[in-house]
Design a protein around this ligand. Structure first.
Ligand SMILES: NC(=O)c1ccc[n+]([C@@H]2O[C@H](COP(=O)([O-])OP(=O)(O)OC[C@H]3O[C@@H](n4cnc5c(N)ncnc54)[C@H](O)[C@@H]3O)[C@@H](O)[C@H]2O)c1
Length: 468
């Protein structure tokens, strides 16, 4: 697969990325695509991942990524499992390993688990025999770059300049976000060496990002900007979800409210869709990371403020279950419930922290039977629910999945769910038939006219039952 003739040609620089996950894989593919004069190598400890990157079935689903990988792989983009050799050969090393929430010991459930990151730092140090620029691409607690410097310089006479270049892409639109980013942020020490290293990274991005969108800062501001950005984004979702709860009590309509407030330029229209809650590998972990940092610095009021975002998110998921239970006659035992979507958002197969996991577990606790459907996330869903007791089936075709069910719960805003033939679906379901639209993507009035009892988020329910 690798074209040997092409790979041996001289490149301007050798770039390496350690960690070939969602971020490492997609950022490096786009970098290679836009910088044909740089050789870009991606390594990972997970050999299966590397094999998948080198195959026709990539390890992640992301619109547009296949075309970019196909255009660059074997030319200036390489995937390898030989980490030490790749470190030796590289002049610039991006680090994009996972930094999940710690689930043991001090800080369990809050702090970032930095074990993968630290192992990488030591491996870079031990394998290096020439000066290198190390670029932290992950989302890390502020001051992690200092720890990186301390590890790297502990034993060797090699110069390492540590840069922070947090990634702002969103899964599902990663390729678009990388090709046309709102901004690229590059932070460094404000020393002559730090600024020289920072300028080298700026040079790479200048190959495709307009100069005005490449911003530089001190290193701590860069690290903290990423946590702050995710906290602000998640805050908008929890804010509109908190309003959705008041809407359901009062008969107001959250979509109309989002429209009315979003037209205020100080607020803006984006990220105001009420839903069953946010998910994904980042928002919750990064807010908890921020909360842990605040508590570390004795800022308990600030910690409580940000923690409230996660509390509202959990409340929103539990509210969704409560609505299902209440409206389906206070028992879900043996009821068949079909989940439309399992990914944490549309256009990805990623299910990390997906609200669907929580909803599925709670429905199983209530002894409902589950049918799980998703165009990309079925395999991940099976792993997420492997330890859950209960009756579960996995059916990709939504018509087949919903047939015989009492209710459909929309978990993911996949476009396809808005376009289904709901008359056909209604005919095949048990009656009375319910739809709980956890993403507000369906035509609720039309569903009601077909015969469904419809329960959106933050909008009046459309029910065929008489109130008294
Ligand atoms: N996923 C997102 O949307 C997103 C967006 C922006 C930033 N981030 C941040 O980027 C970082 C990476 O996230 P991700 O979603 O790509 O994670 P991921 O779990 O998809 O990928 C991380 C990869 O690193 C590999 N790895 C771990 N330790 C290693 C080691 N010592 N040597 C080589 N490889 C190693 C793992 O095998 C895995 O393939 C995290 O800090 C995350 O917070 C993620």
């Amino acid at each position: 697969m690798v074209d040997k003739k092409q790979s041996s040609r001289t490149f301007k620089k050798n770039i390496l990325c350690i960690g070939g996950g969602y971020v490492g894989g997609s950022t490096m593919a786009v970098m290679a695509y836009k910088c044909p004069r740089y050789k870009v190598t991606v390594v990972d400890i997970n050999r299966d991942r590397i094999n998948q990157w080198n195959s026709e079935t990539l390890p992640i689903y992301e619109p547009g990524i296949e075309e970019i990988v196909r255009a660059t792989r074997g030319k200036n983009l390489f995937f390898s499992a030989d980490i030490d050799k790749a470190i030796r050969d590289a002049e610039i090393i991006f680090v994009s390993v996972n930094t999940p929430t710690k689930n043991f010991g001090t800080g369990a459930g809050m702090a970032a688990d930095l074990q993968y990151w630290e192992k990488t730092a030591r491996q870079i140090r031990d394998a290096s025999d020439s000066n290198k620029i190390i670029v932290d691409k992950g989302t890390l607690p502020v001051k992690t770059a200092l720890a990186m410097e301390r590890i790297l310089t502990a034993t060797k006479d090699v110069q390492f300049d540590v840069i922070s270049n947090p990634e702002f892409l969103a899964e599902g639109t990663a390729v678009r976000d990388l090709l046309d980013p709102d901004r690229v942020l590059i932070g460094s020490r404000e020393t002559p060496e730090g600024i020289r290293a920072r300028n080298e990274i700026v040079e790479i991005y200048k190959n495709w990002v307009p100069e005005g969108r490449i911003i530089t800062s001190d290193i701590w501001s860069s690290e903290l900007s990423k946590l702050a950005a995710n906290a602000f984004l998640a805050q908008r979702i929890s804010s509109i979800n908190a309003i959705s709860a008041i809407c359901e009590k009062t008969g107001a309509n959250v979509t109309q409210i989002a429209h009315a407030i979003g037209l205020d330029k100080r607020i803006g229209e984006k990220y105001l869709s009420a839903s069953v809650g946010f998910g994904g590998s980042c928002f919750q972990k990064d807010i908890l990371n921020l909360v842990y940092l605040c508590r570390h610095y004795g800022l308990n009021e600030v910690a409580d403020y940000w923690e409230g975002i996660v509390r509202i998110n959990n409340y929103q998921k539990e509210r969704f279950i409560f609505t299902m239970l209440l409206t389906m006659f206070n028992t879900l035992v043996d009821k068949k419930i079909c989940l439309f979507g399992f990914a944490f958002k549309a256009n990805t197969g990623d299910t990390r922290e997906s609200p669907a996991i929580y909803i599925a577990k709670r429905l199983a606790e209530e002894k409902a039977e589950l049918v799980i459907s998703d165009p990309q996330a079925i395999e991940n869903a099976k792993k997420d629910l492997a330890d859950v007791d209960g009756k579960m089936r996995y059916v990709e075709d939504p018509y087949e999945a919903a047939a015989g069910c009492d209710a459909i719960a929309v978990m993911t805003e996949w476009n396809l769910y808005a376009k289904l033939d709901y008359e056909k679906i209604y005919r095949a379901m048990a009656k009375p038939a319910f739809i709980f639209d956890g993403r507000n993507i369906l035509d609720h009035k039309r569903l009601f006219d077909i015969g469904f009892n419809v329960f959106p988020i933050g909008k009046p329910k459309l029910s065929h039952f008489r109130e008294r």
